[in-house]
Design a binder for this molecule. Sequence first.
Ligand SMILES: Cc1cc2nc3c(=O)[nH]c(=O)nc-3n(C[C@H](O)[C@H](O)[C@H](O)COP(=O)(O)O)c2cc1C
Length: 212
Amino acid sequence: MNALPDAWLAEDPLPVEPVPIVERWLAEAFEDPAQDSPHAVALATVDADGRPSVRMVLCNAIDSRRGAFTMYTNRESRKGRAIAHEPRAALAFRWPARQVRVEGQVEWTPDADCDAYFATRPLEARLGAWACRQSEPVASRAVLVEALAAMAERFDAREESDVVPRPPHWGGFTLVADVVELWVSRRGRIHDRAVWRREQEGGSWSITRLQP
Ligand SMILES: Cc1cc2nc3c(=O)[nH]c(=O)nc-3n(C[C@H](O)[C@H](O)[C@H](O)COP(=O)(O)O)c2cc1C
């Protein structure tokens, strides 16, 4: 970990670009063996009834040039349906002494990119994507185990191979940030906290230091 994690937001003026800081913090979290899935984020969506919901997902990629965060899921899941109706979301990372909050528009990942990422997943995960109708009720665990076995048979996938394609319902989505808030724990609870806002992708960020 960075020897001086507190120093990040201590100085004014603040850095003009927030997302490279997030990228750096994530890289540091990955270097810390005590961190379990440091790329896990709490992802909040709102459904067609205006009901908010939140769940953990893995943030698989950060594009600091675009200010964009990519995650993968079943697009017919509860979150997938919420995003299809309301393509805006928020996410939060949490690492020791640090928090990142992001808000923005969501766009679906192009099929070719989804295919490429799906192909890197372990065989069981690829079969599971076919076997599981995420967020739907299931009568028992045995039903799921059977569904997985049926998919292994269907694709004759007893060994690691390329025979399991990406199911059409499985794919990525990218949250393109228009708000990024960074928080760093400091002594005496006078934490450093600042928010970066922009009107549109590629636009410059306006920066506001906030009271903690
Ligand atoms: C650490 C962690 C990482 C997870 N990563 C993912 C993920 O990358 N994609 C995903 O669809 N679900 C992931 N899940 C499961 C989700 O939290 C959630 O249970 C699932 O996506 C269904 O959510 P939904 O019904 O709101 O769509 C993860 C759970 C945990 C605890």
